[in-house]
Design a protein around this ligand. Structure first.
Ligand SMILES: [Zn+2]
Length: 122
């Protein structure tokens, strides 16, 4: 599945809410809002499927590989796109953590942790 975004990205957020953690199988999801009209699926449209994670809010994912792509809530004019699925550098970086009260108890938000470009040697 491929998609394209035809507008500049706005605020990029790490969301620690329970639903994002479960949907991504991760400590948090990295998200940004994209206008519905600026988000276009360019291939693999038939692979897109969704489930309603809360009333009126659907989480869309690839039925072939399981990647979470975006979510949309009834009445909103934007999709919330999952940045982990981007191929290119969006030119925007995360600026905040949200739903920290919901964060995984095993995850400490700490920017001072060692950072490795790839899998560490040891
Ligand atoms: Zn969330």
């Amino acid at each position: 599945m491929k998609y394209t975004i035809t507008e500049e990205l706005g605020t990029v957020t790490h969301c620690h809410c329970r639903e994002c953690r479960k949907a991504h199988g991760a400590a948090f999801a990295t998200l940004t809002r994209v206008s519905v009209g600026a988000f276009k699926l360019t291939s693999g449209k038939g692979q897109l499927t969704a489930y309603e994670s809360s009333p009126g809010k659907k989480r869309y994912f690839c039925s072939k590989c399981g990647s979470p792509i975006y979510s949309h809530k009834v009445g909103q004019d934007f999709n919330v796109v999952r940045l982990g699925t981007l191929d290119d550098d969006p030119g925007a970086k995360p600026s905040r953590h949200i739903f920290v009260s919901d964060k995984a108890p095993w995850y400490d938000i700490d920017a001072r942790l060692p950072q490795h470009a790839q899998w560490p040697a040891d």
